[in-house]
Design a binder for this molecule. Structure first.
Ligand SMILES: [Zn+2]
Length: 454
């Protein structure tokens, strides 16, 4: 008998965590952080299953909503291996140490946990994160391994971000082999910088768990968004202003650097234009990308007048300078060094702030892209005179077309059920409807803490 219990990313986007129980042993797929006003408190709940009964863990990719609660699992007594690709291990290690440090700092300052709770709590610390990193075990793409006898696991390329995998699991069960495909996050068919999923791959799955974040939606063309980004930078800096780009540390910062590099090489931007990467985390992740991506000549992220900001003092001086580009975290302007820049930069009408990602409800980024004329940063009221832009073509997630292309590799007469996860209910419903229109009628949207028998 095999069962899957959904402890996260079920009728919600974040907190991916699935417990798979079999007669041979049990394992979890991902153990991510819940993010957002309605679910953040779930990070504080004790783990709902006995961690001693978990034999091993599989991690699809480094994003914190998939990896961010692995240290909580370890702290609660999980001693098994955490399998992941080498790039996922490298990036996750950076993210977990960063997350532990942020929690420790907030706790020491007497602040509540996260952004929305009213509770003082430390879910895990640096020691727990270090212990988690010790339990990582590297796997290669396309190489099947057997964590315990009778359970075979293969990681295949998912696209999305560096190291990201979909995971194929084959379990011996009651005299037959049951095959389960876990999508992780699904990349786009046309993915910049990193290789994407292989459309020709085939796996005769009995069950599929798949991301449906952008169910029913089609993305804006990425190439157009990249061109627009360069045009805005050019116009802003030609006019004597500065362009500020709130940026996620993983994949987005590297993509933007690469777009700027191409513009400088092609002459669309001047080589003398200074570009500051003002995020120590993004700098470390860029170095991982740099070492990992095979490039024949020079780095895809290096160009004349790119400066890595090291010290906070140097960062503080940038806000008032003109004719420059500043990339800083966080991507939704709800923390990080970008906050200090915006406090000064928003008042100057010559400046631009360019958002290159999704802006969640309740963040400063969301307020700005919705056209707020005055915002509160910390305790300071700031007039918004700068030009605010939102470019929507940069998503690292697939859209409905990509999902369809991804799924077709697993459809076969034996496919019994497709579980749609990692989405708000309306997006999952939209994807279910889309698949039904194609004649695929076995989609199901599980709820939190629901158990399904395979
Ligand atoms: Zn992701």
């Amino acid at each position: 008998m095999i069962s899957i219990e959904f402890f996260g990313a079920a009728k919600t986007v974040t907190g991916s965590n699935y417990l798979v129980k079999t007669d041979l042993g049990n394992f979890v797929v991902d153990c991510g952080m819940f993010q957002g006003e309605d679910v953040e408190r779930l990070n504080l709940e004790p783990i709902a299953y006995n961690t001693k009964d978990v034999d091993f863990a599989l991690l699809t990719h480094s994003h914190i909503d998939h990896s961010g609660m692995m240290p909580k699992l370890v702290k609660a007594g999980f001693e098994g291996k955490i399998y992941a690709t080498i790039n996922t291990i490298q990036i996750t290690s950076e993210l977990l140490l960063d997350s532990a440090k942020l929690q420790e700092n907030a706790y020491q300052r007497g602040e509540n946990y996260g952004k929305y709770t009213q509770v003082k709590a430390l879910v895990y610390n640096t020691k727990d994160a270090m212990q988690t990193i010790n339990q990582f075990s590297a796997v290669e793409f396309d190489k099947t391994f057997e964590p315990i006898p009778g359970i075979k696991v293969t990681y295949i390329l998912a696209g999305h971000i560096l190291g990201a995998a979909s995971i194929m699991v084959e379990v011996e069960d009651e005299g037959t082999t049951k095959r389960i495909a876990f999508s992780g996050d699904i990349g786009r068919i046309n993915s910049p910088l990193i290789p994407t999923f292989d459309s020709n791959y085939r796996f005769e799955a009995d069950y599929v768990l798949m991301e449906s974040l952008y169910g029913g939606q089609i993305h804006v063309d990425r190439h157009e968004s990249a061109n627009r980004l360069i045009t805005i930078i050019k116009e802003t800096t030609d006019n004597g202003g500065s362009a500020f780009i709130p940026c996620f540390a993983v994949q987005r910062a590297q993509e933007v650097l690469n777009d700027i590099k191409k513009a400088k090489m092609g002459g669309a931007l001047g080589n003398d234009l200074p570009v500051w990467l003002d995020s120590p985390l993004a700098q470390r992740v860029t170095s991982i990308y740099n070492k990992s991506l095979q490039h024949t000549e020079d780095s895809p992220f290096d160009f004349p007048n790119l400066i890595y900001v090291k010290k906070f003092k140097q960062s503080a001086g940038l806000s008032k300078q003109t004719r420059q580009v500043v990339l800083a975290g966080s991507g939704m302007a709800d923390g990080g060094r970008i906050m200090n820049h915006l406090m000064t930069a928003l008042e100057n009408k010559k400046n631009s702030v360019i958002f290159v990602g999704y802006q969640a409800e309740g963040t400063l980024g969301r307020e700005l892209v919705e056209g707020a004329k005055k915002v509160l940063i910390g305790t300071k009221a700031v007039n918004v005179n700068a030009q605010i832009h939102q470019l929507e073509g940069f998503s690292a997630h697939g859209d409905t077309n990509d999902y369809t292309e991804w799924l077709k590799r697993f459809t076969n007469p034996k496919l019994k059920q497709i579980y749609l996860v990692h989405a708000e209910p309306d997006r999952a419903e939209a994807l279910k409807t889309h698949f039904e229109e194609m004649g695929i009628n076995n989609c199901y949207i599980p709820s939190m803490k629901e158990t399904v028998q395979l």
